[in-house]
Design a binder for this molecule. Sequence first.
Ligand SMILES: [Zn+2]
Length: 113
Amino acid sequence: MHELAVAQRLVAMIVEEAVRSQAHKIERVRLRLGHLSHVEPSSLELSFAAASRGTLADGAELQIERTSGAARCLLCGAQTVVARHGAACSACGECALLVEGGEELRLVSLEVS
Ligand SMILES: [Zn+2]
């Protein structure tokens, strides 16, 4: 399961960060997740709960901010918001979009105690 691998990497990263700042517990984790990132937020939450069990991140609140997919049309140059890969340009209708944003999965902030 893809989300579990993502969650395990995330937990490893934030635990390392928490240990470095000599924290005892991770309280809250904020992530930015693009609509085109191939990660399902609800299954990431479940995977995060499983992957963090017994670590400093156990019981931490996971907050996920969604960002929309941004693309530029190679034919007409229009900038458009897309919900999925392979979408058509909203201006000319051609499927010639170059994705410029919305694929990210980024750690925004970490609250520890
Ligand atoms: Zn176009």
